[in-house]
Ligand binder design. Structure first.
Ligand code: PEP
Length: 253
């Protein structure tokens, strides 16, 4: 069965102390309230990664990831952080290609291919984000846009490596806007992504890949989104900053 995942992307929110408080609440609530087969991921800013990972280290269902990494292992790249460094503090996941990084930091499909390799080389799990802007959805070319993002950044991988990737479909027009994709729109895109993966790697492998939906997901709409056949969980921004909301989303399967 595909892994169900609910990941909380804190973005540039919460200082160390606020982050530790939120992480402790999530770890405690997850122990009592969240079903065994759902994995929760906390994705704080780099400065809180070690402390949050320490808080989650004895948890059976809460794990930790970072929001980005550099594509090189080390060297003269002032201000950057490598996948190996992220691994060394106890994180197991790295989000790549979030639309905010594509938009504000000009991350290209080619750069994201290199970052994916760097993450996999460390034995960590990439959470690869893809999604279309509103004008692309309005033009009706969203499926080819998203499958092309996946193809350009991930289709160089061997089947063995591709199996380790988690994909998050996040329509840009739904991120932080309060406007969510309908369950039909989410399912249509997730099925298209799975079919595209199957065309390259075969059905059996495509069936194993966890596909998350992201974009204004909250307790009031998580259930209908997670009920879709090809939606295996969510990448949550705003609602992950509140422990009650985040746990309620994780209980929506
Ligand atoms: C995100 O940042 O990945 C996201 C989905 O944000 P929000 O839930 O706030 O739309």
């Amino acid at each position: 069965m595909r892994q169900k995942i609910v990941a909380g992307n804190w973005k540039m929110n919460n200082d160390l102390w606020e982050g530790m408080k939120l992480a402790s609440e999530v770890v405690n609530m997850a122990k009592d309230e969240v079903k065994g087969q759902v994995k929760l991921l906390l994705i704080p800013p780099f400065v809180s990664l070690k402390s949050v990972a320490d808080l989650a280290k004895d948890s059976t269902n809460v794990f930790v990831g970072s929001q980005n990494c550099h594509e090189k292992e080390n060297g003269a790249y002032t201000g950057e952080i490598s996948a190996g460094m992220i691994k060394s503090v106890g994180a197991a996941y790295i989000v790549l290609g979030h639309s905010e990084r594509r938009m504000y930091f000009n991350e290209s499909d080619e750069l994201l291919a290199a970052k994916t390799d760097a993450v996999l080389q460390q034995g960590l799990t990439p959470i690869f984000c893809c999604g279309e802007q509103l004008d692309i959805r309005e033009a009706g070319t969203q499926v080819s846009h998203v499958t092309s993002q996946i193809e350009k950044s991930l289709f160089h991988l061997s089947a063995e490596d591709f199996k380790k990737v988690v994909i998050a479909y996040e329509p840009v027009w739904a991120i932080g806007t309060g406007r969510t994709a309908s369950p039909e729109q989410a399912q249509e895109m997730h099925a298209a992504i799975r079919n595209h993966i199957a065309s390259k790697y075969g059905n059996a492998l495509a069936e194993e890949i966890s596909l998350l939906y992201g974009g204004s997901c909250k307790p009031s709409n998580a259930q209908e989104l997670f009920a879709c056949k090809d939606v295996d969980g969510g990448l949550i921004g705003g609602a992950s900053l509140n422990s009650r909301d985040f746990i309620d989303i994780a209980k929506s399967f």
